[in-house]
Design a protein around this ligand. Structure first.
Ligand code: HEC
Ligand code: HEC
Length: 304
């Protein structure tokens, strides 16, 4: 501690006692008001918040993850009748373009025949459009190291090239890509189902975290389409959810909730990035402690 700070902390109080008491009272009230006031409502026209908010919700226990990289494909759940799906693109030109992109960028790991290679990459025969669109549109594929967790990066391929690869891989079979209409979802149901099935790993407002053997991504960049694809296929150690666990309405609701978490209304007060109890504790320790020392110094008096 510098000599100056030490002098300030140990000097004799000079201001009159009444003034010091008033300042302390004002500062205390201001601190309480700041901590208790909700943030001004978001201008982005966020939907009405669900009954219970944010970080207070109970998180579901994390499901036990399967070991990654077992070399077996995880086939996405086939859509149930009446589920929303995306029409799979297909045309001779797309297929030809997809084939050459595949041979260049994917065949070294997934094999020329798409059947996968042991200890390298799973088979892509029958995975269908959803996983291909998900892995390419989130930049997870092409992977650099086949033994590392695929993480979101800037996509390497343009939308047109992704369509070509989707067309090519889907020509080997598999269901069409699932999709969702967040507008048709129910926010409160979304919060409920997200708390049950997703928050254990992704944190209640989708800020991500860690689970055994994997980094769990935050959900601040995923589109509604990617949410649907991730839920139905279960990338990496994430479990997949079929229409019997999460039906179309629940999926729409979860997608709506995930989009809502980007601008939650922090009704309890200050959100502090919504990452939970650790930064909240930090705020208590560092901000409140400093404030307390200053206030104590302002109102305190040294006795000789
Ligand atoms: C066991 C923990 C676990 C559970 C439960 C879980 N996830 Fe995941 N999720 C993950 C992991 C790990 C990844 C990253 C996969 C990867 O890197 O390939 C992920 C990735 C995602 C992504 C892609 C994010 C991005 O930006 O690229 C979305 C979207 C997603 N999950 C949504 C959900 C939803 C919705 C639920 C609930 C229905 C859910 N997850 C349940 C662990 C989990
Ligand atoms: C360095 C090796 C490597 C390259 C190159 C690569 N992949 Fe992969 N790919 C993997 C591994 C490893 C996995 C398994 C990841 C996991 O467990 O989540 C995988 C998984 C996938 C999946 C999910 C399969 C499933 O189980 O449902 C798809 C789809 C996919 N890759 C598509 C592609 C496409 C398309 C390309 C080319 C643009 C590509 N990959 C390039 C290694 C690779």
């Amino acid at each position: 501690m510098s000599a100056l700070a030490r002098r300030w902390l140990t000097r004799r109080a000079r201001a009159p006692r009444a003034l010091r008491a008033t300042v302390a009272l004002l500062m205390g009230t201001a601190a309480l008001l700041i901590l208790a006031s909700p943030r001004s409502p978001q201008a982005s026209g966020a939907a009405t918040p669900p009954a219970a908010t944010g970080s207070g919700g109970a998180a579901a226990p994390a499901q036990a993850p399967q070991p990654p990289g077992t070399g077996r494909s995880k086939f996405p759940e086939a859509p149930a009748p009446g589920e929303r799906t995306v029409a799979t693109p297909s045309s001779p030109t797309l297929l030809a373009e997809g084939r050459s992109l595949y041979e260049e960028g994917c065949s070294s790991c997934h094999g020329m025949d798409l059947k996968g290679r042991t200890r390298m990459a799973p088979s892509l025969v029958g995975v269908g459009a959803g996983p291909v669109d998900f892995y390419l549109s989130t930049g997870r594929m092409p992977l650099e190291n086949p033994h590392a967790e695929p993480l979101r990066t800037t996509p390497l391929y343009s939308r047109a090239r992704i369509q070509a690869l989707v067309a090519f891989v889907s020509s080997f079979g598999g269901p069409p890509a699932p999709t969702t209409d967040p507008g048709a979802g129910d926010l409160a149901l979304g919060l409920h189902d997200f708390t049950l099935d997703c928050a254990g790993c992704h944190q209640i407002v989708g800020r991500g975290g860690l689970t055994i053997g994997a980094i769990v991504p935050e959900l601040q960049s995923a589109t509604a389409q990617q949410v649907a694809e991730a839920v139905r296929m279960g990338p990496y150690v994430m479990p997949r959810f079929g229409p019997r666990q999460i039906d179309q309405h629940a999926l729409d609701s979860i997608a709506r909730y995930v989009l809502w978490t980007r601008a939650p209304s922090d009704r309890g007060g200050w959100g502090i990035s919504n990452i939970g109890p650790i930064p909240e504790g930090m705020v208590a320790w560092f901000l409140a402690l400093t404030a307390l020392v200053i206030v104590a110094r302002l109102i305190g008096e040294r006795t000789n």
